[in-house]
Design a protein around this ligand. Structure first.
Ligand SMILES: Nc1ncnc2c1ncn2[C@@H]1O[C@H](COP(=O)(O)OP(=O)(O)OP(=O)(O)O)[C@@H](O)[C@H]1O
Ligand SMILES: [Mg+2]
Length: 224
């Protein structure tokens, strides 16, 4: 598979359950490593000696926030990544503060993450990655289990960031709203790559890959 994403693009990664979306994104920052062949991210082969640099560039928000949060307090969880990169003192404080403010979770600084609701943990998980100030933000189903207001607020956060985004989602309207470009991953291969509007307007393509627009949803401006 060869996937090129330009700086500043926001790209949706679509595809049915089991297509390999999570597997792909876990390769993008070296959580999984190749059994056969090689994986190269931003020109760097994924290896022990390049992992730190790859993780500095590619920030991954996991499908399940409980896989991301493991410290006694929200503050420590958000500080963990940048501290690992050598950020200290006032700069570390600033990163933690800014990241939590952006996701509306500053009030939770001293709370244990496991006392937060699922949607709140998702926001904190996003903050842990924002605090690393990555070049590429990769999110695995960021809108799942969020209430409508939180879903919209997360969209506003993502739009306001000056980073490249790759977003796995089953939420096709969310993909349309946020991403100019979409990919369909099917059985481990990229089956389609194009403007999100065109992909979502192609009913045959969608049904071939078990994708469905929500009931009553029409692509704005498309003829039916
Ligand atoms: N740890 C693992 N060991 C072996 N096979 C795995 C493992 N994790 C996933 N798989 C398999 O790899 C395939 C792709 O799984 P993956 O989790 O990447 O799918 P996905 O596209 O993210 O699906 P979903 O939409 O359900 O999250 C599936 O067939 C799955 O059974
Ligand atoms: Mg998945």
């Amino acid at each position: 598979m060869d996937l090129r994403i330009e700086r500043g693009e926001r790209v949706a990664l679509l595809g049915p359950n089991g297509a390999g979306k999570t597997t792909l994104v876990m390769h993008l920052n070296g959580i999984l490593t190749a059994g056969h062949g090689t994986v190269t991210v931003a020109g760097l082969p994924v290896r022990g000696d390049t992992l730190k640099e790859i993780r500095r560039r590619v920030g991954l928000v996991f499908q399940d926030p409980d896989d991301q949060l493991f410290m006694p307090t929200v503050r420590e969880d958000v500080a963990f990544g940048p501290a690992n990169l050598g950020v200290r003192g006032a700069e570390l404080e600033r990163r933690v503060h800014d990241a939590l403010e952006r996701v509306g979770m500053l009030d939770a600084l001293d709370r244990p993450p496991h006392h937060l609701s699922f949607g709140q943990r998702r926001r904190v998980a996003v903050a842990t990655v924002l605090a690393m100030e990555p070049e590429i933000l990769v999110l695995d189903e960021p809108s799942s289990n969020l209430d409508p207001a939180s879903r919209r607020e997360l969209a506003e956060i993502l739009r306001s960031l000056d980073v490249t985004v790759l977003m796995v989602t089953h939420d096709l309207p969310y993909a349309l709203e946020l991403c100019e470009r979409a990919l369909i991953l099917s059985d481990g291969v990229i089956a389609a790559d194009g403007p999100t509007r065109e992909i979502l307007a192609d009913e045959a393509l969608l049904s071939e890959h078990r994708l469905e627009l929500p009931y009553g949803f029409a692509i704005p401006g498309a003829r039916s």
